[in-house]
Ligand binder design. Structure first.
Ligand SMILES: O=C(CO)[C@H](O)[C@H](O)COP(=O)(O)O
Length: 223
């Protein structure tokens, strides 16, 4: 069993009957959804809130019942992947481009579990390029601002065209190497007009499940 499968499978055990579950996006979440699909077939009653078109498609193919986020005010548990996680359980997300919906879902979740393989653990965030979702209108001005700040921005591309998120935005990836003050960086990005969302997810995850050779490691966020 690979590490992603191990972490994804373990996380599905935290889902209880009657829960509303935030369904993250990515290749680790894929394995969680496979196990959840099995449990639903065996009679587990849940409602899933999807964070992307790809997760919606996969959940539907597994007969996992979905509910629109607009019909609820609170999610019991969200299970999602991450691109980098530090010892405080702060992370970078958005490698798959679903950061905006993932953050909206996270913001109304009572509990958040992240599932990762061991390569995602870092001492400090920033080796993974930080995704910033931007409005296409004015995006080149934002890009040039990032250039001036020395952040080596690049527009994310798909087959030579701009990568377009599920909500119709572009993604600019920033090479920050090491983010010394994640809170400061997050509030700076929050203040830039045209930035819709960024991939710094701070003080959000409650629990981290890491796939490791000897079995899944469970790490709680220090309160
Ligand atoms: O944030 C995400 C998508 O926007 C994913 O959770 C993140 O990229 C991790 O993906 P994977 O499990 O495929 O490594």
């Amino acid at each position: 069993m690979n590490e992603k499968q191990m972490a994804g499978g373990k996380a599905a055990d935290y889902i209880e009957d009657g829960m509303t579950i935030g369904l993250g996006t990515g290749s680790t979440v894929y394995f969680m959804l496979q196990k959840l699909g099995k449990r639903v077939k065996e009679g587990l009653q849940i409602k899933g809130v999807s964070t992307s078109d790809s997760t919606t498609q996969l959940a539907k193919s597994l007969d996992i019942p979905l509910i629109s986020i607009n019909e609820i005010d609170q999610i019991d548990l969200t299970i999602d992947g991450a691109d980098e996680v530090d010892a405080e359980l702060n992370g970078i997300k958005g490698g798959g481009g679903a950061l905006l919906y993932e953050k909206v879902v996270a913001s109304i979740s009572s509990k958040i579990i992240w599932i990762v393989d061991s390569a995602k653990l870092v001492e400090s965030l920033g080796t993974f390029p930080l995704p910033v979702e931007v409005l296409p209108f004015g995006s080149h001005q934002v890009f040039r601002l990032f250039e001036k700040e020395g952040l080596q921005p690049s527009f994310r591309k798909k087959e030579d065209a701009y990568f377009i998120t599920d909500s119709g935005h572009y993604v600019i990836d920033l090479k920050m190497e090491s983010i010394k003050h994640p809170e400061k960086t997050a509030s700076w990005l929050d203040g830039i007009t045209g930035v819709v969302e960024h991939g710094l997810f701070l003080n959000m995850a409650d629990l981290l499940i890491v796939g490791e050779a000897g079995g899944p490691a469970i790490i709680y966020r220090k309160k």
